[in-house]
Design a binder for this molecule. Structure first.
Ligand code: XMP
Length: 325
């Protein structure tokens, strides 16, 4: 299922072809389980499947605790409404923290999160019976960066690419594998997804786990979620959300001296990252207004006791990557 070159892409035709393809693949009595992250890609996949096979879809959302502040609740509200009885939400926050205890290597974090995800899915899906397929929101840039594309060298192990179906026991459906994000957005629009989902920033499967340098703990997750929420709020207030590809906070693992309430304070360093891009393969650091950065810095250091300092990342991709890990 090849998308046409830029300018010729028809989301309607893509949907019709994807629906036909899903129906050709999935037998009449078979069910498909969809790994729903609440991001654009997996939501588009869920709604494509909803259109293709209706009641035979089961969408499972795993809250691994590495999501942005308030996002799990948002996803649950949104999907339980549109997908009704076919949407299952699993609270696995404790379980993920446990398997990630002591892990500091980013690729290890990805692998552990990917494996735990699959284990949970398998447990849940097997308990439901009749499920033959797993549908995922893998898109073209995931495939390219995992080195799974032709002649590719692995940059990062995207947990949703390659190697999983065999251990899962499910056959894999990836309707968006040949599309880049801009096309996925057009397909989502055509499927009538809400603006909130269409505008949601790309978010890595391992989530905040790759935005906390070093070991992940519940306390660090809370600090990062709070800092990230302040940054997102201020970017939205400044009316800049639409102009940016991704913007987020990173807990750098570095500590620095600051002054709080007139006293020396040795606290966490938060980095802000904002980039412009069209496909995530290359990206430019966003030249955000100084006043916005200053406001964010003031709010983060004032509202989050553990943070002493805020820095802004001015590295483009390449040579950097969008995420820090
Ligand atoms: P990088 O950091 O490689 O990111 O420039 C490119 C795009 O991919 C996202 N990303 C991931 N997505 N699993 C994912 O599903 C991952 O492990 C992962 N790592 C990075 C990143 O947010 C950006 O949009």
């Amino acid at each position: 299922m090849q998308s046409k070159p830029d300018g010729e892409f028809s989301p309607r035709q893509f949907i019709e072809e994807a629906v036909r393809q899903i129906n050709r693949t999935v037998g009449a009595g078979e069910k498909v389980v969809c790994a729903l992250s609440g991001g654009l890609d997996s939501t588009v996949v869920a709604f494509l499947l909803d259109r293709a096979i209706g009641e035979r879809l089961v969408a499972i959302f795993v809250d691994h605790g590495m999501l942005r502040k308030g996002e799990a609740a948002e996803v649950t509200a949104l999907c339980s409404n549109r997908l009704r009885g076919r949407f299952i939400s699993l609270d696995a926050r404790e379980r993920f923290l446990k398997v990630l205890r002591g892990v500091t290597d980013p690729e290890q974090k990805r692998k552990i999160i990917g494996a735990e995800f699959i284990r949970l899915f398998k447990e849940k899906a097997l308990s439901m019976g009749d499920i033959g397929y797993l549908a995922q929101g893998t898109i073209c840039s995931d495939v390219v960066e995992s080195g799974a594309g032709p002649g590719g060298a692995a940059i990062k192990a995207h947990h949703n690419v390659g190697g999983l179906p065999a251990e899962l026991g499910f056959k894999l459906i990836e309707p968006l594998r040949e599309l880049y994000k801009d096309k996925v957005r057009l397909v989502g629009e055509e499927l009538g997804l809400s603006e909130a989902i269409l505008r949601r920033q790309p978010f890595p499967g391992p989530g905040l786990a790759v935005r906390i340098i070093g070991e992940i703990t519940a306390a660090k997750l809370t600090i990062l979620q709070e800092a990230d929420a302040i940054f997102c709020e201020e970017v939205a207030t400044a009316g800049l959300s639409e102009k940016l590809w991704q913007y987020f906070a990173v807990l750098t693992g570095v500590r620095a001296v600051g002054i709080k309430d007139g006293r020396r304070h040795y606290g966490e360093v938060v980095a802000l990252r904002a980039v412009t891009s069209t496909d995530a393969l290359t990206a430019g650091w966003a030249q955000l207004p100084g006043a916005l950065l200053e406001k964010v810095s003031q709010r983060i250091t004032a509202e989050i006791p553990a943070v002493s300092r805020v820095v802004y990342d001015i590295t483009s991709k390449p040579p950097g990557t969008i995420e820090w890990e």
